[in-house]
Design a protein around this ligand. Structure first.
Ligand SMILES: CC(C)(COP(=O)(O)OP(=O)(O)OC[C@H]1O[C@@H](n2cnc3c(N)ncnc32)[C@H](O)[C@@H]1OP(=O)(O)O)[C@@H](O)C(=O)NCCC(=O)NCCS
Length: 171
């Protein structure tokens, strides 16, 4: 079972590869290559992930199996959303597991860690946006008590998409 650890600056190149690969695996089949390429160019590169790893208030956690990454999450502490009624909500910005590790508890471990980190950060809710055509992820979030509280727009390249906002209270 992969061990969880905080990302370090030296992880940026491998995190960039992992983040792009898992994003393409999850959404490539249902979106145009152009929009996927635009999004990936905007969001994934060693420099971009290096900045994220160093960003204050953004907790990047890796699932590391003997030096190979099996998944990751990114938790943004103190991130409000108009849809979330809480004093200090945190956002689960990303949670992705490689195809070979899916269904083996890695995402559960990442989610448990995110909830613990958010609670330690004094947050009273955890929320996230999930693409309306991603029922697998929604089912996973419901296991942890997340409920639908609203929607927001998400730009994938040039296409405006609808994310459902899900939230769970902490504490
Ligand atoms: C969503 C995702 C992170 C779930 O990862 P996973 O490795 O399958 O989840 P786990 O094996 O840790 O499962 C954790 C729990 O959720 C449950 N679960 C996972 N997928 C489920 C599904 N489709 N339906 C119902 N329950 C599900 C598991 O049964 C498990 O419950 P248990 O511990 O009580 O047995 C993973 O499928 C993924 O990376 N998907 C692609 C990327 C993605 O969509 N990310 C979210 C973007 S918003």
């Amino acid at each position: 079972m992969p061990a969880l650890r905080l990302a370090l600056s030296g992880d940026a190149p491998s995190l960039a590869i992992l983040a792009e690969r898992t994003f393409r695996d999850a959404f490539g089949a249902r979106n145009s290559p152009e929009n996927m390429d635009l999004h990936c160019a905007k969001c994934f590169s060693p420099d971009i992930q290096l900045r994220e790893i160093g960003e204050r208030g953004l907790v990047t956690t890796l699932a590391d199996e003997a030096g190979r990454l099996a998944g990751f999450s990114q938790l943004r502490l103190a991130r409000p959303s108009p849809a979330v009624k809480a004093q200090k909500p945190a956002e689960l910005n990303r949670i992705y597991v490689t195809a070979e590790w899916q269904g083996r508890g890695v995402a559960r471990a990442l989610m448990d860690q995110a909830l613990t980190d958010a609670a330690r950060g004094g947050c009273d809710a955890l929320w996230l946006g999930v693409w309306e055509h991603n029922p697998k992820a929604m089912a996973f979030y419901r296991k942890f008590g997340f409920e639908f509280v609203g929607t927001h727009a998400f730009m994938l390249g040039n296409e405006r998409q609808r994310d459902l906002i899900m939230s769970v209270a902490i504490g």
